[in-house]
Ligand binder design. Structure first.
Ligand code: ATP
Length: 577
């Protein structure tokens, strides 16, 4: 049995046991510091401003300290140039997905079919080309004209379908078209005043969105910054002082900064909540409401500018939509694909597995039987932090290169684990829901739900870590009596054209009768319970339909024939004789 070595103490050579090494998985030394997570990364500091430009956003003077502008090279931002492959997306398949846009005035916004057709600013179009984005995905086709056209938006689209670009690109385009806001005059240097704010539930997701925003904003003069909890506040403040036009943040840390008055949201034109439903689940509702209020929803900006709010997720239950009603104005609602559905590019298999020691042994066997090809990665989701630790140790001792990530690991440990996973050094990641949402790691070939999540929504997000952007993936779930949404799960499988095991219905019936029996005994059913909480149908449409249904039925008058039958046949009134 291999002695367990915690991830931060592992080096490239400690893996005499590593089966992946024998199978030729790429082995890389985990970097000592992850550039993705440090705001400065490998940034070079120009001595005096961004080389020779002071027009447009390059010349904005908010809280910027001009001697601290940073310049990043093209390769630092985008990575080495790759051959154009369309990101592996099967666009012809994508184009068959039905899209619905609801809300007043939706007919005014025609979806685009190419990026150049929208006449994006030259630098932004160049950045999209450099990212290898040849065609927009369905959510991008609809969201770009709607957001640039000034409307609030709630967008529900499958995992991995390009939502980040769908909000970031129109937001940058709108900022480029309007130019920087007028300088705020006052005593001393004003604090950073972002014009766009993106809130995300986890540090990892925020870091990823920030990384994407650097690509789209490259060479536009628009500066994007990142703040999240668990990292050095002073360092983050220093970064903000270099210019903050777009701020990507987790709610807790931003709320802290707002409280200290180290950031001013008075000029925030765009507020984007990514994975808003997750933020509510994580208990961030008070902070989100406070931030929304502080960023002055309803307050007007200078002429020609208007505050806009957006929400993006693959799932939008009723609770999050009712919150949206509190702070979005006349918003349009985009649904891509089946409501709350998952991609058909993911092959889903469910296995019955009782709780107990045998489950861990089964995990090892299932992993070995279904391990993805070399170079591809596996995520194993578990319910608790303790379970994540235990499984990491068990699998490591069984000779598999694995690392774990969960909320009790400090930021550095999380960064190291994620980097070692992404590089393929540890191609198996054991994770709690910290990693369930938004993380875009293109080569995840297998997701195992060792513990099924409590809610259907989370199942959709978890398996969405594979099969991203049109690629294929496999998801295996260990199901037993604890799963409270077997019926909905069966529906989901059917909708995604997957095999539905017969025992799932039996389990659903058993669970239902247990639930019925326990009902009057005051037992809580827990979150998720019965009935689909997942999905994302525009609640306003549902309300309208319900209203229609509730209207009293007025008996209809018998329909009159268009030309009433004549009582007097032709000729009878003829008094010609
Ligand atoms: N138009 C495009 N052409 C090619 N690749 C794209 C395009 N749009 C997005 N991608 C790529 O698709 C992947 C998934 O995008 P993204 O992470 O934004 O998806 P998402 O819908 O936000 O997923 P999730 O719901 O899991 O957060 C990324 O690697 C992104 O670079």
């Amino acid at each position: 049995m291999a002695p367990y070595v915690p991830p931060q103490k592992r080096s490239g050579d400690d893996n005499g046991t590593g089966e992946e090494r024998a199978r030729g998985a790429p082995q890389q030394q985990a970097p000592s510091q992850d550039a993705r997570f440090s705001n400065s990364g490998d940034v070079r500091y120009a001595a005096r401003g961004p080389v020779g430009r002071s027009d447009g956003w390059f010349g904005r003077q908010d809280g910027r300290r001009p001697d601290h502008f940073d310049t990043m090279s093209e390769v630092e931002v985008f990575g080495e140039r790759k051959e154009k492959t369309g990101g592996g997306i099967d666009f012809d398949q994508y184009d068959k997905i039905p899209v619905e846009v609801t809300g007043e005035g939706n007919e005014l916004f025609k979806p685009i079919s190419t990026f150049p057709e929208f006449k994006l600013s030259a630098a932004l179009q160049w950045n999209l080309d450099r990212c290898g984005y040849e065609r927009p995905t369905p959510v991008q086709k609809h969201a770009i004209p709607i957001v640039v056209g000034g409307r609030d938006l709630m967008a529900c689209a499958q995992t991995g379908s390009g939502k980040t670009c769908a909000f970031m690109v129109p937001c940058i385009e709108a900022l480029l078209r309007s130019g920087p806001p007028a300088e705020v005059k006052g005593r001393g240097r004003p604090p950073p005043m972002p014009c766009a704010l993106v809130l995300a539930p986890t540090r990892e997701l925020a870091a990823q969105i920030h990384e994407e925003s650097l690509k789209f904003a490259y060479n536009t003069g628009i500066q994007s910054r990142l703040i999240y909890g668990g990292a050095d506040i002073r360092e983050q403040l220093r970064e903000l002082g270099k210019g903050t036009d777009i701020l990507v943040a987790t709610p807790g840390r931003l709320s802290d900064f707002i409280g200290r008055e180290t950031v001013d949201m008075g000029l925030t034109q765009f507020l984007i909540l990514d994975e808003a439903d997750r933020m509510l689940d994580m208990g961030f509702e008070p902070q989100v409401r406070e931030i929304v209020q502080y960023s002055g929803m309803g307050r007007s900006l200078e002429k020609g500018r208007k505050k806009q709010n957006m929400m993006f997720s693959a799932t939008f239950g009723g609770t999050v939509q009712s919150m949206a009603g509190d702070f979005m104005v006349d918003y349009l609602f985009i649904t891509v694909g089946r409501v709350g559905s998952c991609s058909e590019t993911i092959t889903q298999t469910l296995l019955y597995a009782e709780e107990g020691k045998g489950k861990t042994r089964a995990l090892e066997k299932i992993y070995r039987d279904h391990a993805p090809p070399v170079g591809q990665l596996t995520v194993i989701f578990v319910e608790t932090k303790k379970r994540a630790d235990e499984i990491e140790v068990d699998l490591w001792q069984a000779g598999l290169r694995v690392c774990a990530i969960h909320g009790d690991r400090d930021q550095r440990q999380r960064e190291i684990a994620l980097e070692a996973f992404k590089s393929g050094e540890n191609p198996i990641l054991v994770a709690t829901d910290v990693a369930a949402r938004g993380l875009d790691i293109s080569n995840v070939g297998l997701v195992i739900n060792y513990d099924m999540p409590k809610q259907m929504d989370d199942y959709v997000h978890r398996i969405g870590r594979t099969g991203r952007a049109g690629k294929r993936g496999v998801a295996i779930g260990f199901v037993n009596e604890r799963c409270r949404y077997c019926n909905e799960l069966a529906e989901l499988l059917k909708g995604a054209k997957q095999e539905v095991p017969g025992w799932l219905h039996t389990l659903a019936a058993e669970n239902r009768s247990n639930y019925e029996n326990s009902k009057g005994k005051g037992k809580a059913t827990g979150k998720g319970g019965y009935g689909p909480s997942f999905g994302g149908q525009d609640v306003r449409q549902l309300a309208k339909a319900a209203e229609e249904k509730a209207k009293p039925v007025v008996p209809k008058e018998p329909e009159r024939p268009k030309s009433p039958p004549r009582a007097i046949p032709d000729g009878w009134d003829d008094d010609s004789d």
